[in-house]
Ligand binder design. Sequence first.
Ligand SMILES: [Zn+2]
Ligand SMILES: [Zn+2]
Length: 129
Amino acid sequence: MVIINDIKIAEYFTLYEFQCPCCSRVMLSPDLLARLDHLRRVIDRPVYINSGYRCPEENKRVGGVAGSYHLLGMAADIHVKDYLLSDLLLYAQEMGFNGIGFYEEKDFLHLDIRPGQKHLWKGKELIGY
Ligand SMILES: [Zn+2]
Ligand SMILES: [Zn+2]
């Protein structure tokens, strides 16, 4: 078996956590990583990366939007076990993620570092920031 992307890249994260599940390719913004590492340190709980980088095929497969920041290595969907999603949201806002999606039913946050205006949405509904 080929071992790929098994490289520690931050205090709490390893590169393979961000790789595309279909092809193991990966792009990752250092700024996204630094903010996630900071968030992880502050909440002091394991942060599970549900989805990091997606190649175009994978993005289509999971029904991601066409211009998804997952395609650019600028987004991650995170899950924290036994943690209130609304609390996680407050910390994520503090860490300065510009795009935040709140997915209560599936218990995860989408976080991205898009440039410009901040976006916070719940499902398909924009709810401000
Ligand atoms: Zn892929
Ligand atoms: Zn996402």
